[in-house]
Unconditional design. Structure first.
Length: 325
């Protein structure tokens, strides 16, 4: 493939929530990490295109856990200038409980997290002015779901203003039923988000779960999203790869063969990161999907959402991207 240089003037921002992660058995030795769907995407995007320095938008506390997260994000090359601090709130937290048979269960404490009140923060309105200088803003359905309805409306109003200013909006539904009052409630809000979006990077299973359908073809999913005004649609199909659709043209990109799947955590998040990295360098949709599949296949061969940094460097080299650092 031809060598491409990263578009050094591209600016990408990602909106979402990062939580403290505890893993292991309760009241025993538990590993402490941090995680979240949009944060995973931001980290992988930064690793693939270090000169991009994607901006991460969220709210954290002023506690030691929040400070540790900020330091870690900076170390990963993220721009944290738009992270808002709320001295009255803490980050959300979740625990991964692993039983004697290796089965995992999840427990969440996020209903009063700082990120939930992002849109009520006194500095939130200042973000709109800052984000008008960006080329693209990415968020997920989880970014919207964690907010109270008033916050959801304020976030959508901000996205509408950005879209009017020429900023492109990219979204992954990442539908999680437990975060919504009902599927009807989710459909209403996600539908409004889709109508503001230029790019959709969705998973077929999520769309079926959201709509109560079964085994919808990716063509049907793409047609529905196009009907809402989305120009570029990618439907992720797990090990089968992905389908892309744009301007009446579409195609399939086969997934990479993986002998041993260790952990599928962040497969979709990493796909989105590599897709966006390729998009930022001007690649066509099929090529973007190729690199999305490639990174996702690499991630699921490792334990955890964020794999060792050296495992992503070779993908950057294969992409032929020259990072202007």
């Amino acid at each position: 493939m031809a060598t491409l240089t990263t578009a050094k003037h591209k600016k990408v921002a990602i909106i979402g929530e990062c939580m403290i992660e505890l893993s292991g058995k309760p009241f025993a030795a538990q590993a402490q990490h941090f995680g979240g769907d949009t944060l995973n995407t931001a980290v992988y995007l930064s690793r693939l295109l270090p000169s991009l320095a994607p901006g991460y938008i969220t709210a954290v506390g002023t506690d030691s856990y929040s400070k540790h997260m900020l330091s870690a994000w900076l170390a990963e090359g993220l721009d944290t200038d738009m992270v808002l601090e709320n001295p009255d709130k803490l980050p959300g937290m979740y625990a991964i409980e692993i039983d004697d048979d290796g089965e995992r269960s999840f427990h969440y404490w996020r209903s009063d997290s700082a990120a939930r009140y992002l849109c009520e923060h006194p500095r939130f309105d200042q973000l709109v002015k800052c984000l008008k200088e960006f080329d693209l803003v990415y968020l997920s359905g989880i970014s919207l779901a964690i907010l109270p309805d008033g916050g959801k409306l304020k976030l959508l109003d901000m996205l509408a203003e950005l879209k009017t200013a020429g900023v492109q909006i990219a979204v992954d539904s990442n539908y999680r039923p437990r975060l919504w009052q009902s599927s009807t409630h989710a459909c209403e809000w996600l539908g409004r988000l889709y109508q503001l979006s230029d790019i959709a990077l969705v998973t077929a299973d999520d769309e079926d779960l959201l709509l109560g359908t079964m085994n919808s073809s990716p063509e049907v999913i793409a047609r529905r999203l196009h009907s809402l005004g989305i120009r570029q649609v990618v439907v992720k199909l797990g090990s089968k790869g992905a389908m892309w659709s744009q301007y009446g043209h579409q195609g399939f990109v086969s997934g990479n063969r993986v002998e041993t799947v260790v952990d599928t955590t962040a497969a979709g998040d990493s796909f989105n990161a590599a897709w966006l990295a390729a998009w930022c360098t001007g690649m066509e949709m099929a090529e973007c999907c190729h690199w999305g599949n490639k990174l996702a296949a690499t991630v699921i061969q490792h334990k955890g959402a964020i794999i060792p940094v050296q495992e992503t460097r070779y993908i950057t080299e294969l992409m032929g991207v020259e990072n202007d650092e």
